[in-house]
Design a protein around this ligand. Structure first.
Ligand SMILES: Cc1ncc(COP(=O)(O)O)c(C=O)c1O
Length: 495
């Protein structure tokens, strides 16, 4: 007599799964009752003419699915409450608790929803012409060459490095960045830490140094993702006035004197979004003020690589006897935003705390990309790419300047200062830019307007008269066509 009446399906899957299905069907049709002992694996194996281990695997599968439980000495019993019954009784219970509403999330924190962040999430390729100011020309990135660095890392993987630990970043990359910062930014006294882009650094700094109600002094026209990070820690923003020489120290001094400011956030080299380089005298004054009031400065040196007219001014971090400057920068402009490689340079103490904090969020940054970038830097590819891109962007800046000047000669009331570096031009169009972004988006053109960068959103609409035009990501022909569309929308069709 058969131990169980099992009918095995003729399916293309592992034998033990077919047997498990058949046993489950036997349970469902109550050949064996709930709580009853099943025939032994040996008996079933003989009956089905299969190896005993195949039946054991089928039993294990049924245990995992909750149909069977194992008893001592390798015997198996049908569970007292079958999985279908458990979910059925749950359904009954749920039905009896009136209407099933979607689960209501209770968010403990409100994430700052910023239009700037939302638009940054769109892919550059979604636009016909993308004038986003921080956008590099990703088409120029040497992917073929770069993949060889990845290959090198994968050919000789270091098991130790591939695991957890070293939250501060991979030593190879830290060394390369430290050398680079010493050579090009004269930063010698600081420890380096790798993070997932400078945004992660801004977030961690905010969480470590700010409390609810603290004030952060920021540029009146500034970088909204940094503001969002400060606000996420409960801080309030205090806008410092700026003019054609950058942030106004006298205004900062007045605000610092009130004793509420805990942190100063600046983009001194190419002020974001105006591209103005902070006056050297003011730079010193600001450092002295920070030192006098015991307030740290976050110096965001996001695109220092691209400076055209001279050597870029040294950062505040290069002369920081007090160690109060937290320097941050990124590979997002040299590579692409999705690379998520950024870094912080600061005192040992702060870096140690940041490394601890990083462990809480994501342990460490991606090891493969860190080693690939380290090899890129070590073997000279990085420097060659940097030189090539600086030449290209310099040419593109000159082209955009010439183009805008030609519109000025046609009588258009546009004004701008030629940026000494960076990837964008801050253009005064002499009239309100309210609604311009949307009108251009409808034509496939992405630009950013003053309102997005101005901390004060309540000014009369004709107070916002600037747009930011990135010149790095597009060819000269593309820029020509895109700018023609922008000018056409603003002033009719001068072309
Ligand atoms: C002022 C500023 N800081 C930082 C960044 C870079 O951020 P991340 O390194 O997070 O890509 C950008 C890029 O647009 C920027 O404009």
């Amino acid at each position: 007599m058969k131990a169980l009446n099992l009918s095995l399906a003729n399916e293309k899957k592992a034998k033990y799964l077919i047997i498990a299905d058949a046993i489950r069907a036997a349970i469902k049709t109550e050949q064996v009752a709930q709580g009853e002992l099943l025939p032994s694996a040996r008996t079933l194996a003989q009956q089905l003419n299969v190896n005993r281990h195949t039946v054991m695997a089928a039993f294990a599968e049924l245990v995992a699915q909750g149909w069977v439980e194992s008893r001592e000495r390798a015997s198996y019993r049908v569970v007292k409450f079958l999985p279908i019954q458990t979910s059925k009784s749950l359904e009954v219970n749920l039905e009896s608790t009136a209407v099933l509403k979607p689960f209501k999330w209770q968010f403990a924190k409100q994430v700052c929803s910023d239009t700037h962040l939302a638009s940054a999430n769109k892919k550059a390729s979604e636009y016909l012409f993308n004038f986003s100011g921080g956008q590099p020309d990703i088409r120029q990135f040497p992917f073929d060459e770069f993949k060889s660095y990845f290959a090198q890392v994968c050919q000789r993987p270091n098991m130790q490095q591939l695991s957890y630990g070293d939250n501060q970043g991979e030593q190879a990359l830290i060394e390369q960045i430290s050398i680079y910062l010493r050579r090009v930014r004269s930063i010698t006294e600081k420890k380096v830490m790798i993070c997932n882009g400078s945004q992660e650094a801004l977030y961690m700094i905010s969480q470590l140094l700010l409390q609810t109600g603290d004030y952060v002094a920021v540029e009146q026209l500034g970088y909204p993702p940094a503001w969002a990070a400060f606000k996420s820690a409960g801080a309030k923003l205090l806008a410092i006035k700026q003019d054609e020489k950058g942030v106004v120290p006298e205004h900062l001094a007045k605000e610092l004197a009130k004793g509420k400011i805990k942190l100063i956030y600046l983009t001194p080299l190419h002020q974001y979004p105006t591209t103005v380089t902070l006056d050297i005298q003011r730079r010193r004054q600001i450092y002295q003020l920070a030192s006098q009031y015991g307030v740290a400065i976050v110096e965001d040196d996001y695109d220092h690589e691209f400076h055209y007219d001279s050597q870029p001014a040294a950062p505040l971090a290069a002369e920081d006897p007090q160690g109060l400057v937290i320097y941050i920068s990124t590979f997002s402009k040299l590579m692409f935003g999705g690379a998520r490689v950024g870094y912080v340079a600061a005192t040992d103490e702060l870096i140690a705390q940041l490394a601890q904090y990083k462990m809480l969020i994501n342990h460490k940054s991606n090891v493969l990309i860190q080693h690939a970038v380290a090899k890129w830097m070590e073997q000279g590819g990085f420097e060659a790419h940097l030189r090539r891109m600086t030449r290209l962007y310099h040419k593109r800046r000159d082209h955009m300047v010439a183009l805008l000047k030609s519109y000025q000669r046609q009588g258009l009331s546009i004004e701008f200062a030629i940026p000494a570096g960076g990837m964008a031009i801050w253009l005064n169009v002499g009239k309100s830019v309210k609604g311009l972004k949307e009108k251009l988006l409808a034509q496939g053109v992405y630009i950013q307007t003053e309102e997005e960068f101005n901390i004060n959103k309540q000014l009369p609409s004709n107070a916002y008269q600037h747009i930011r035009l990135g010149f790095a990501a597009m060819t000269e022909d593309e820029v020509q066509e895109g700018v023609a569309t922008v000018m056409g929308e603003l002033f009719g069709s001068p072309k």
